[in-house]
Design a protein around this ligand. Sequence first.
Ligand SMILES: NC(=O)c1ccc[n+]([C@@H]2O[C@H](COP(=O)([O-])OP(=O)(O)OC[C@H]3O[C@@H](n4cnc5c(N)ncnc54)[C@H](O)[C@@H]3O)[C@@H](O)[C@H]2O)c1
Length: 499
Amino acid sequence: MGTTITKTKPKNKKSPGQNDKLQRISVSNVNNATLDSESETEAKAVKTNMKKSMKKLAPNKKSAGAEKLAAKIKNKTARIGIVGLGYVGLPLAVEFAERGFTVTGFDISKPKVKLINAGKSDIDDISSDRVKAMVKAGRLKATDDAKLVGKVDTVSICVPTPLSKTKDPDISYILAAVKWVRDYMHKDMLIVLESTTYPGTTDEIILPRLEESGYKVGKDFYLAFSPERIDPGNQSFTTLNTPRIVGGVTPHCTKIAKLFYEQIISGVHPVSSTQSAEMVKLLENTFRSVNIGLVNEVALMCDRLGLNVWEIIDAAATKPFGFMPFYPGPGLGGHCIPIDPHYLSWKLKSLNYYARFIELAGDVNTSMPEYVVSRIARMLNNFSKSLKNSRILILGVAYKRNIQDVRESPALDVIKLLEDAGVKIVYNDPYVPEITWNDTRHRSTKLNKAMAQKADCCVILTDHTDYDYQWVVDNSKAIFDTRNATAKVKKGRSKISLL
Ligand SMILES: NC(=O)c1ccc[n+]([C@@H]2O[C@H](COP(=O)([O-])OP(=O)(O)OC[C@H]3O[C@@H](n4cnc5c(N)ncnc54)[C@H](O)[C@@H]3O)[C@@H](O)[C@H]2O)c1
């Protein structure tokens, strides 16, 4: 019996939990007592006592660590670690800090660490004031020192999951983050992966790496997947009021992960496994990608039929059941919708299954920038102008309205195609003061009458609400509107071409 316990001793160099130590001490004492005993009766009594004490220890051993961690989470003394302080990680860190927890944010980017410790935010939805207040209160600190993982009780991994050049999942950021955790983890920790990834990543890739530490999941540490569903720029739904999905490697893992998120989020929905939780996120984003693909194709159909796709969607949306409006646009953008469905189709390919809807939606959505350019060419042609040597004013380069994020923005594809066709481009975006395309840094031009009137046409690629669209129409020769941003414009509608 003594050996059973000794066997569970983690191989890790770091000191195991105190409980574990106490258990080993008490067992060795009992063994010594057995050896020293001269009387058989005495030996029997000691053995019986030993059995009794082991019975007591065994169930506690399984749950004591979990209970200790649960208590710390409940009384807010659990020290929270967030790895990756981007669009997902920083809001999470700030929310936990504002709830009274002490949070350490880990990031490999030194400028990011410096920025946060200086009380500043580079994320649209989190104001610098909120970051500053938490840093000042000593409840939020950023670091690039992996050793400090040894000082936290929970770790939420929120690092990027992009695609490689060949459109395969690139989980190298997850692997690097997991290595940090494995090297410095201690007993009784909760580790949650939040980065979007394919089903199987947590169990097949992360778990074996973490267990290299010598700690066992469900006993020495708790591992779960919980997808972040944040929608940057969404004022109605934030980290706090968007329900959470959690799926643990073991039921204990799910329970602790659920308790953890319940400290800041009211609706936490557990599922049966990490794979299910991973799949939930991919279903959600594939649903969006496929529906946007469908509506983009409907836009192409309406163009051929001479119909206004926006009018048709708005009319269909009056149906109170069985229809949900999605809108066409210049293509997909951001870190989720253009990427996540490919994680799923890649996984399915390895199982000899071709994910038809995902691939088809991907084809339609990625063809939209070319379609937009063909429509701009058609519009200029009506004024006997060609793309070559024309001057175009682009309004909005962020991938969606009222945010600064330009990752995967379709505006960059449209601009590149226009420049390749010989167009002189100027752009304005109140959220994006600078941007690089075709290897050159460009600055947002000040929007004034002279520059609007000088352009052969204005192309609206992002429908930021800051613009006065009537002003834009009044001061432009022609407008190509990919977002129906000019819907409320009354005067000069003949100048507008809608996607
Ligand atoms: N942005 C969104 O709207 C959104 C929404 C839901 C889910 N997600 C998913 O969440 C994950 C994170 O996305 P994001 O938008 O926050 O990314 P991001 O690029 O905004 O931030 C990631 C941060 O992680 C840091 N980082 C990278 N590798 C690291 C490492 N090994 N250790 C520590 N820090 C590291 C980066 O420096 C960066 O600050 C992705 O899987 C994404 O698909 C994103």
